[in-house]
Design a protein around this ligand. Structure first.
Ligand SMILES: N[C@@H](CCC(=O)N[C@@H](CS)C(=O)NCC(=O)O)C(=O)O
Length: 347
């Protein structure tokens, strides 16, 4: 039996090229938290999650905090802020927390992220990856020529979005978006823009690649304050890098299931409100223990089944059956997830 070590409080399943995985590593660097990494492949299947832990949800990353799964980086970020914001004395949701969360989900991680993906046309995408992602985002094209043909549209939209950041930075006159301290929206917006600037390197004059070692003169580019701010976030994170400890999937699953067996108390504290719109509409009964599916409404629409344990206006928590008759709790954001009863849904 592998006994949990201090660095196993946070276990992240991901692969380095994933921007959403990178976002979580930025948060962990910011809090200065030791963490554990379980490598998963960039394409399905991922038995590390599905077979060992019963997690069929297909997007990456999946983050465990103290044996509980947090699915989608919104849920994971809230869990990390609750666990480490106060203790690290570096809270990320100090200013306008609700607005920061909404802007992260509905701006940085939707339209800006998609514009980032519009810069993938030079990336070495192999056949297996393209086939996998077509099922992930039906209707999307990863053909380099059609992606290139769309670049003027992508750059036109990017201009409008960068303009918003530029004018906000001009009004604020500070190093970061909300002042002299990094906040959640800094990291959330930085993630897709930094992906284009430093990894895809197809941002041209809008998001030019920085020189090694810094010292760039951004004044000749259309959005100099934005480039300055991106460089400041990059430099901030570079000084805080935490190297994860790697664990094999089998060992990680043992640790997680051991930790989750100590989570019974948490389960008892969660509730489903009888006046929840889904209960009132008869889509779910409102009873804890009902079998439900939770499915993203945007990309990677693979349902996750489990027994309903808690539902409030922010999140839904289900109990998932894992290997060897064990179980674990998984929390999803409510926003952009569809929750349905598996038995007797009124549809
Ligand atoms: N809203 C999700 C988005 C996650 C996402 O789209 N992740 C990408 C990787 S960057 C993904 O899972 N792609 C398909 C895959 O890895 O199977 C989150 O915040 O976690």
């Amino acid at each position: 039996m592998v006994s949990p070590q201090s660095n196993n409080r946070v276990i992240v399943y991901g692969y380095p090229a994933s921007p959403f995985y990178q976002k979580i590593t930025f948060l962990l660097d910011h809090y200065g938290v030791e963490w554990t990494l379980v490598d998963v492949p960039p394409v399905m299947p991922r038995p590390q999650l599905s077979q060992l832990l019963g997690i069929t949800y297909r997007r990456i990353p999946v983050v465990f905090v103290d044996g509980q799964a947090y699915i989608d980086t919104t849920a994971a970020s809230l869990a990390l802020e609750t666990a480490f914001g106060p203790t690290s004395k570096r809270p990320l949701l100090q200013h306008f927390p609700a607005l920061q969360m909404q802007l992260a989900v509905n701006w940085a991680e939707s339209s800006i992220f998609r514009l980032g993906a519009g810069h993938l046309y030079n990336a070495p995408l192999n056949e297996a990856f393209v086939k996998d992602r077509k099922s992930f985002m039906p209707g999307s094209s990863f053909d380099s020529e059609s992606m290139k043909a769309r670049v003027p549209f992508v750059r036109s939209q990017l201009t409008a979005n960068l303009e918003a950041i530029e004018s906000h930075l001009k009004e604020g006159g500070k190093k970061f978006l909300f002042g002299d301290e990094v906040q959640y929206l800094d990291l959330s917006l930085f993630t897709p823009l930094n992906w284009v600037q430093t990894q895809l390197r197809t941002g041209k004059d809008l998001l030019p690649a920085p020189k090694k070692g810094g010292g760039d003169d951004w004044s000749k580019f259309p959005f100099p304050r934005t480039l300055e701010w991106l460089a400041a976030v990059r430099a901030y994170l570079a000084g805080k890098k935490v190297k994860p400890v790697k664990l094999k999937p089998e060992e990680a699953a043992l640790v997680i299931l051991q930790q989750s067996s100590e989570n019974a108390e948490k389960e008892g504290q969660l509730h489903v409100k009888k006046d929840d719109p889904l209960v009132k509409a008869g889509w779910i009964s409102g009873e804890k223990g009902q079998k439900v599916s939770v499915t993203p409404v945007d990309t990677g629409r693979v349902p996750q089944e489990g027994k309903l344990v808690g539902l409030d206006s922010k999140s839904v928590t289900i109990k998932i059956e894992a290997q060897g008759g064990k179980a674990l709790l998984a929390t999803f954001p409510r926003l952009n997830f569809d929750i349905r009863a598996k038995d007797g849904a009124k549809l």
